[in-house]
Design a protein. Sequence first.
Length: 214
Amino acid sequence: MKIAPSLLAADFLHLQEEVEKVNASGDILHLDIMDGTLVPNISFGFSVLDQLAPAMKVPMDVHLMVVNPHKWFKKVADDGAYMCSFHLEAAGRRCKEFIDIIHSYGMKAGIAIDPDVPVKKLFPYIGKADFFLIMSVFAGFGGQKFIEVTLDRVAAMKAEIAARGADALIEVDGGVNFNNAKALRDVGVDIAVAGSTVFHSDDPVGAVTALREA
């Protein structure tokens, strides 16, 4: 299971130092871009991403929590992102179109859903999307408590992917910590996004290692 530290929980007064911690330990850097409309919060925008991109030594995973996410796919690609996900709720019937656009820019395409969206709504896109981001908290704020039923949702998604003979990764974001990391790995999570557990630790580099080896 790969660990993707989430910049949302970083200390923005010392962002360069925080990025260096991710470069030293993380597998992927997770970037939550929020617009205050699709989700009830505003995080950071492309002015931050523009400055981060040249400093990153690990792949960037951009999670667009915005309405009209397709307006930003090219910008995300231009900044060198490896992965880009959008919310099913924001795409509606245009999911396949959005996946194709992301692929056309050379990125891995993902679809994200909140905890109240049935995972079966992702099934039509198995074999099309490269990864599925199953939120284990409601999108918008860091530091929330992990929703335990996420484990069952991941297991159901993993089983359906296997039943169709497809190849897609499962990513989980929200409340990931030392107590649930092993359970997440056991049900088939490929990428675990961790914010507070990493950046609020006295030893962020050690925290990433501990999550990976839990």
